[in-house]
Design a protein around this ligand. Structure first.
Ligand SMILES: NC(=O)c1ccc[n+]([C@@H]2O[C@H](COP(=O)([O-])OP(=O)(O)OC[C@H]3O[C@@H](n4cnc5c(N)ncnc54)[C@H](O)[C@@H]3O)[C@@H](O)[C@H]2O)c1
Length: 282
């Protein structure tokens, strides 16, 4: 199935970015938020990023206006009835997601693909909430979605080839780098990166290294494009800890659990770039 109309549920950090990706790919987009204000806020944010793209010469002013013209925001889930693909990006909790998918199944066409952007929940458990779970998949975008190319296309136990392929083709056509994987904890990148970043943070105390020196070690000695402390600050200490706890709960390995140091930083409100302080000051 060719995807032309995209619904996005939840227009927060990820949903607004995913809506922007779809608009830039030429899709009609309906975004659903819980209030009109939040919908308008997401529109302004997308407008701001597209304006910057125009200023940098990466997009024409006409294309920007056309893209914004393809976006509508709503508080009514029924407005997504005509979507070919719906991407869910609401809170990272199983029950609200399951309830939403059950409602989406009632509202959307039977051939619409229903995707969750969950980072750490089981896509198969979300799919269990609907009667025809073969249409449910994961589409795991990375933050910021308009800038980071990777999309993990996650096959739940119940997902059909058709749903996986349609999402893969859409992501490719939207200029992304889709990669297929099974529904296992952390999928690909987080499964590898989260314990690795936890090890990096533990080394700070074990080897008595400063965050600046650790970052210099990993960029100069291992060829990392960005140091681990800078990366955790960018992701957000709270987001990292949450994903880390989920991975620890699912896989039980000690190195998956957030290090004491990160838990302390979170308790002190040092969440990285977004609060102006993390390993570094911004
Ligand atoms: N932030 C990240 O780095 C990141 C990366 C990949 C995946 N994710 C996943 O994406 C999802 C969203 O994360 P986020 O960081 O964008 O969260 P966020 O808090 O920024 O946004 C969530 C939005 O969903 C809205 N919402 C809640 N319930 C809703 C409903 N029933 N209908 C419509 N809107 C609803 C909220 O008002 C909020 O604006 C989570 O599952 C998260 O795990 C996040």
């Amino acid at each position: 199935m060719k995807i032309r109309r995209v619904g996005v549920v939840g227009l927060g950090t990820m949903g607004a970015g995913i809506a922007q990706v779809a608009l830039q790919a030429g899709n009609e987009v309906v975004g659903r938020e819980v209030s009109e204000d939040l919908g308008n806020g997401a529109r302004s944010k997308i407008d701001h990023f597209l304006t910057r793209a125009v200023e940098k010469g990466r997009m024409s002013a006409e294309d920007k206006e056309a893209a914004l013209g393809r976006l509508s925001t709503t508080t009514e889930l029924e407005a997504l009835a005509d979507s070919d693909l719906v991407v869910e990006a609401i809170v990272e909790e199983l029950e609200p997601k399951r309830e939403l998918f059950a409602e989406l199944e009632r509202i959307c066409r039977p051939d619409a693909v229903l995707a969750t952007n969950t980072s750490a929940l089981s896509v198969s458990k979300i799919a269990e909430a609907v009667e025809h779970p073969d249409r449910v998949i994961g589409m795991h975008f990375f933050n910021p979605a308009p800038l980071l190319p990777l999309v993990e296309i996650v096959r739940a136990q119940q997902s059909s080839d058709g749903a996986v392929d349609a999402a893969y083709e859409w992501a490719e056509q939207a200029g992304k780098q889709p990669v297929r994987c099974n529904d296992t904890p952390g999928f690909i990148v987080n499964r590898v990166l989260i314990p690795l970043l936890n090890d990096c943070v533990r080394v700070l105390d074990e080897a008595n290294v400063t965050p600046g020196d650790l970052d210099r070690a990993m960029t100069n000695g291992a060829g990392w494009p960005m140091g681990p402390c800078e990366l955790v600050d960018l992701v957000g200490i709270d987001i990292h800890n949450h994903a880390s706890e989920a991975l620890h709960a699912a896989l039980g390995e000690e190195r998956m659990a957030p290090p004491e140091r990160l838990l302390r930083m979170q308790a002190e409100g040092k969440l990285g770039r977004k609060t102006g302080e993390g390993f570094f000051t911004y």
